[in-house]
Ligand binder design. Structure first.
Ligand code: XMP
Length: 525
């Protein structure tokens, strides 16, 4: 196991993923975790991540006291990256100073010492790397030597082979570091002797064993399916483990996209053979949303209603089974459980609270269901890989994310007014289908239409119209936290707009949203 101690670098998740791409399990915990927590993981290698701090700052985060002794005694290899390297240097009695020149961006470094962290077959004599630091190592601790230096003469890599301690001032995990992956591969396999034994098939088998054991021979499990990748893969996995003792529910809240319920249910039934109860709760949701304009109120109403419906479902299952299901499947992913060390001033707390409002299916505390979260150690791309092994159709795995409150956050204002939902579904379908036809769907993180509660004047078929305006939005993103607008060519946009205005009654104007996140969010509400 490779354990990453996070000191707040924007690249920490990337290191975790890069190592997994080398078929080695890596986990990420807060850089200020206790020695006991670190030791419980029994790491073979510990990576100290980068971070925005200076080691001289009063609140500079650090590994716990006793850490260096622990790694020495247990023959653990340590690699400090950027801030992590400076931390290592400083804690071992070296000196870190504010660099004369700050080094940001691509730099060339020269290998000074071969046979340790660098092997010439992998990296040659010099390589381009990605630097992002102000402080630098001025004096190395005893027993350390410079393994590489930058053109400007600063220390780019250090090592103390005898004590198994290594440091890179640059970021090998970033693709701009041309030999970064080669260096990590050599370090893990040749220097540390780690085995490449983390395979998705093994993860699947291991999870099945765990689920079987915890549910027991006659336990029952329930799961709310949203039609998204995570809940579908989680449910498919649990179904493989315990068969029809899994009971899924899919709620049609009246806020779904064009033909979504039919499409999703048919995949569940015919391709995945999942036992799913479909509940049509359109009236329940829309009657509660009538007249509500405030986005937060809408979200809250929807969240609350989901909980009530889910509770009813659990009760219904109890009636059918003669016992209450004891477990609940959730498609929680690793980024949501990582305890990271937030950079100062980021407003983030230790746990990832940013997305909590997104868990619309949030469950009442008194449900007393035990959680099964089979994806909680995986990143999104790994979930897709697992889904492929489980034969979840590719078209399903590649679906764009869709928010829990559905079209309610895409009809601005009162969702029940006029035929807003119906208009939005038609516009959205044309837009998405055109994107698919143009072969662009997989290049886009998310694309959708928004219904605007304004009417504008137009002229259609020689007649003056006073109809609705809609907006189109398409973004690229890594994880939804930041996003850029997607660049369509003019001809594509022209065709889409023509199709929309010609075939959707009640729309005479189409706008394109070209705002990135920040300052906007992906959704309009
Ligand atoms: P925002 O609008 O916050 O969206 O920039 C970022 C990503 O999260 C999705 N999103 C949600 N997902 N429940 C969800 O399950 C929600 O309430 C919710 N709100 C936004 C959004 O679609 C985008 O992918």
């Amino acid at each position: 196991l490779v354990l990453i101690l996070d000191y707040g670098s924007q690249y920490t998740h990337l290191i975790t993923r890069r190592i997994r791409q080398l078929s080695v399990l890596s986990l990420c915990i807060s850089g200020t975790s206790t020695l006991q927590v670190i030791a419980e993981h029994r790491p073979r290698v510990v990576i100290l991540s980068g971070g925005p701090h200076s080691v001289h700052a009063a609140d500079a985060p650090s590994f716990p006291s006793g850490f260096l002794q622990y790694v020495e005694e247990n023959e653990v290899f340590v690699l400090g990256i950027c801030y992590g390297m400076q931390l290592l240097v400083q804690k071992l009695g070296g000196q870190v100073r504010v660099g004369e020149e700050q080094e940001y961006g691509k730099m060339e470094i020269t290998v000074e010492k071969e046979g340790g962290i660098f092997r010439s077959e992998d990296v040659g004599e010099s390589q381009v790397v990605w630097m992002s630091h102000g402080d630098e190592a001025a004096r190395l601790p005893d027993g350390f030597s410079v393994a590489a230096s930058s053109r400007q003469g600063s220390v780019a890599a250090v090592e103390n082979r005898e004590r198994r301690l290594y440091g890179l001032q640059y970021h090998p995990e970033v693709t701009h570091s041309t030999k970064g992956m080669d260096t990590l591969r050599h370090f893990l396999f040749d220097v540390c002797g780690v085995a490449a034994d983390w395979k998705m098939q093994d993860v699947l088998e291991e999870e099945i064993k765990i689920i079987k054991k915890s549910v027991g021979p006659d336990g029952h499990v329930i799961c709310a399916l949203s039609g998204g990748v995570d809940s579908t893969v989680a449910a498919t996995l649990v179904h493989k483990a315990i068969g029809d003792r899994l009971h899924c529910v899919f709620v049609d809240n009246g806020l779904l996209r064009y033909k979504e319920r039919e499409r999703v249910m048919s995949t569940f039934e015919s391709d995945l053979h999942l036992p799913v109860t479909c509940i049509d709760a359109t009236d329940r949701f829309l009657s509660k949303l009538k007249g509500v304009k405030d986005p937060e109120c809408k979200r809250k109403i929807i969240g609350k209603e989901f909980i009530c419906i889910f509770d009813d479902f659990a009760q219904e299952m109890e009636g059918k089974l003669g016992r209450r299901p004891e477990f609940l499947v959730q498609g929680t992913l690793y980024p949501d459980v990582i305890e990271s060390c937030p950079p100062p001033g980021s407003g983030r707390t230790h746990s990832h609270t940013i997305k909590s409002h997104h868990n619309v299916g949030g469950l009442p505390k008194d449900m007393k269901l035990k959680l099964i979260e089979p994806l909680k150690l995986l990143f999104k791309d790994e979930v897709r890989l697992l889904g492929r092994i489980l034969n979840v159709p590719e078209s399903f795995l590649k679906r764009h994310p869709f928010p829990g409150p559905g079209l309610a956050v895409r009809v601005l204002g009162d969702v029940t007014e006029g035929n807003a939902l119906d208009i939005l579904r038609q516009v959205d379908e044309i837009f998405i289908q055109s994107i698919k036809d143009a072969g662009l769907y997989d290049s886009i993180w998310q694309a959708f239409a928004v219904f605007l509660p304004v009417q504008t004047v137009g002229v259609q078929g020689d007649k003056r119209t006073h109809s609705h305006a809609v907006a189109l939005r398409a973004v690229t993103s890594e994880d939804g936290m930041t996003a850029d607008w997607f660049y369509f060519d003019h001809k594509f946009l022209q065709d889409v707009v023509r199709k929309i205005c010609n075939s959707v009654r009640g729309v005479n104007r189409v706008c394109l949203d070209i705002t990135s996140k920040p300052p906007a969010t992906v959704e309009w509400e």
